[in-house]
Design a protein. Structure first.
Length: 114
């Protein structure tokens, strides 16, 4: 009986704490991390940022994010002629230059007898 009671209490605790809705600060932290996570190869430490709710009511909140971010990234560059550019931009430029141009089709007109 004690094992069953303990099991029910554990399940209740998991449901209580597992269903907790994120706070405005937690949502803001997640947003900031996702903003930089999309950039491949970026190393970002957001642990020094502070998140402060400056306005909150039942249906909205404003969170101020402040602090310094340590940022490190390796940026790949290539030289195209005399111009340095991002490697990805160079690839796009060459792809655009390699695309064949489409000429408009010639219109054929037929004379209609009167």
């Amino acid at each position: 009986m004690n094992k069953m009671l303990c099991g029910v209490m554990v399940i209740a605790a998991i449901m209580l704490f597992g269903c907790a809705k994120p706070t405005p600060e937690e949502v803001a932290k997640d947003y900031v991390k996702k903003q930089f996570a999309a950039d491949y190869g970026v190393k970002l430490n957001t642990s020094t940022l502070t998140y402060k709710i400056v306005k909150e009511d039942e249906n909205s909140a404003t969170v101020t994010v402040s602090g310094n971010i340590y940022y490190e990234e390796d940026i790949k560059l290539v030289k195209d002629g005399n111009k340095w550019m991002l490697k990805s931009e160079a690839a796009q430029t060459k792809a655009v230059a390699a695309e064949p141009e489409h000429e408009p089709e010639a219109k054929t007109e037929t004379a209609v007898g009167h």
